[in-house]
Design a binder for this molecule. Structure first.
Ligand code: ATP
Length: 552
């Protein structure tokens, strides 16, 4: 039985993540003592953590399952041991009884299920983290998929969101990971997206918008919707079927070319991102069906992403800059898109970009055509980490979609030629009469025939490189440091209140017989004390560091 208790849910999440952080701190300490040989223990540590995460998620359900499923596709974020364990969450979500599901339907649609539908299958088709899907037949004879929110899921999710806020707070205080990501902004975006997913009216509107965007494209379709049978907690859709997009053998046996299917999927995403500015943000294989003609049916519009006109313009600038090998234009476009950290040194960055562009230019046309999407993503990721880049929060979902998509596309067509797929868009998106392929060829030819042509900025960069002068780093201004100092006092006060509060709470609960909760509070108090010590240590280190610097 899934618990609705705020204390128990928050306690379990807190305990799990506090355990993770302590283990990581312990590992780091061991590594400092014993050196790199200790790294052999990492896979085991990750596997154990992932198993504990999965087990807790299956007990708590709600947001934990969603988060686990979300990260199970993020090969770019989590180690493979995590991915393998979390992937099991896709098929292990415990279902709700059909009686409970029918109660929700009857409350929402205002009638008896037997009167609303000619048939309703008590066996579910899918039990997802937030909802459950059942097949049914309408009185008019259409076969439909009825998607129903789990009972009380909204309440559970609100509790879990608060628990995750606590985890973020813990990560911010206890680790230095904040330098890699703006956790507050990610939380804000994540919670807004999650709340949208809890309203099927929103999903219906998203689906209709997607349908309109693709009305002239015969290769992309979505199920019909039945608004009369849809409310906030119930969504009734045409029942669709098709081949699984990852079933290469099945597609081949049915005479469908996996290469064409991959082309259709990638093509539809280029349209979504570059032309419509509205994309399906959860393209996992279960949400795509392949039609017998190789076309794609998209389902599940709970999570969508939007790209503003301003950003679309910047993307065009970016593509133009890459094609013309104009590092200045590329860096400005990246800046407009929010990919450059505010304190970055733009000149150094432009130099780094011009190196990258020159690398692209040096590449033969054939090599460029053979670039595989996942290889490209890997290189891009390394580049992003080594430079003053940040991934703006609203691209977190696009990043995940692209990651999942590249897995699907390369699975279907390992030799996919990205240029051939992107080519038609270069013309449409840039609004100019030219062929990307021709342009790249011209550039490559120039380089190949005339020897290495070095643009002036690159020439300077190469000189700087030799002189060891290319360094791209983030500079934190003195103002920020000042602000941090002022935060310290307020933080101390919060710490004291938290520690005393938990202590008093534990004593009261113990004396009133709630020993298990009191023990949990004492546990929390212990972790808080550890955090406080760590926090004080970090501050002391920082003060010492600044003193040393200010004396220079
Ligand atoms: N219109 C439909 N026709 C046939 N099957 C459907 C339809 N809609 C949903 N399903 C089935 O139900 C499953 C879950 O549906 P959907 O992805 O829309 O729900 P969800 O709650 O958003 O799940 P998740 O969060 O796991 O993506 C699908 O993978 C599919 O098997």
């Amino acid at each position: 039985m899934i618990t609705h208790s705020k204390i128990r849910r928050t306690g379990a999440v807190f305990k799990l993540f506090a355990g993770f952080l302590i283990e990581i701190a312990w590992y780091n300490l061991l590594r400092r003592i014993y050196g790199p040989k200790i790294e052999a223990r990492l896979p085991e540590l990750y596997r154990n953590q992932a198993i504990r995460f999965r087990e807790t998620a299956l007990v708590l359900q709600g947001l934990m399952i969603k988060v686990g499923q979300f990260f199970s596709t993020r090969i770019d974020v989590l180690p493979v041991e995590y991915i393998t364990e979390l992937a099991l969450l896709q098929d292990q979500v415990p279902p709700v009884s059909s009686a409970k599901i029918k109660e929700v339907i009857e409350l929402e649609l205002g009638g008896k299920v037997e009167e609303l539908f000619a048939q309703f299958d008590d066996n579910h088709i899918a039990a997802a983290s937030f909802g459950q899907v059942h097949q049914a037949v309408l009185l008019s004879g259409e076969v439909v998929a009825v998607k129903v929110l789990r009972p009380s899921i909204e309440k559970i999710i609100e509790i879990d969101l608060t628990a995750f806020r606590t985890v973020i707070w813990m990560v911010k205080v206890f680790t230095k990971w904040e330098q890699y990501a703006d956790f507050d902004a990610i939380y804000a975006e994540f919670s807004a997206t999650i709340r949208e997913e809890l309203d099927y009216r929103q999903e219906l509107a998203n689906l209709e918008r997607f349908r309109r965007n693709f009305q002239d494209d015969p290769m992309i379709s979505v199920p019909a919707v039945y608004p009369k049978y849809s409310r906030q907690r119930v969504l009734t859709l045409e029942f669709v079927s098709g081949y699984k997009v990852t079933d290469r053998a099945g597609l081949l046996a049915a005479g469908i070319s996996p290469k064409n299917v991959a082309g259709n999927v990638v093509d539809s995403y280029l349209k979504q991102a570059l032309i419509h500015g509205f994309y399906h943000a959860d393209p996992h294989p279960g949400n795509l069906f392949v039609r017998p003609d190789g076309g794609i049916i998209f389902i599940d519009f709970g999570m969508v992403g939007r790209i503003t006109d301003h950003n679309k313009k910047a993307v065009r600038k970016l593509i133009g800059g890459v094609i013309n090998s104009n590092a200045e234009e590329v860096s400005h476009a990246l800046q407009e898109l929010g990919f450059i950290k505010p304190a970055a040194n733009l000149l150094s960055l432009q130099k780094a970009i011009s190196l990258l562009l020159a690398g692209l230019q040096d590449m033969q046309l054939e090599e460029l055509g053979k670039l595989k999407i996942d290889g490209l993503l890997e290189e891009l990721r390394e580049f992003i980490y080594s430079q003053p880049f940040q991934i703006p929060v609203h691209y977190t979902f696009l990043g995940r979609a692209v990651g999942t998509l590249s897995g699907i596309a390369t699975g279907l067509d390992p030799n996919m030629n990205i240029l051939a797929v992107i080519k038609p868009y270069a013309k449409q998106v840039l609004g100019q009469e030219f062929s990307l392929l021709q342009l790249v060829w011209q550039k490559t030819k120039k380089v190949v025939l005339a020897g290495v042509e070095v643009p002036p900025l690159l020439e300077q960069t190469l000189r700087d490189l030799r002189a060891g002068d290319v360094q791209v780093k983030v500079e934190m201004g003195p103002v920020l440091r000042q602000l941090r100092f002022q935060e310290t006092l307020a933080n101390r006060l919060v710490w004291t209140i938290l520690l005393t509060g938990t202590g008093i709470g534990a004593a009261v609960l113990w004396s009133s017989g709630h020993k298990d909760i009191a023990v949990l509070l004492l546990y929390i108090m212990g972790v808080l004390a550890l955090l406080l010590v760590n926090n004080l240590r970090k501050r002391a280190e920082r003060v010492l560091h600044w003193h040393r610097h200010s004396r220079r």
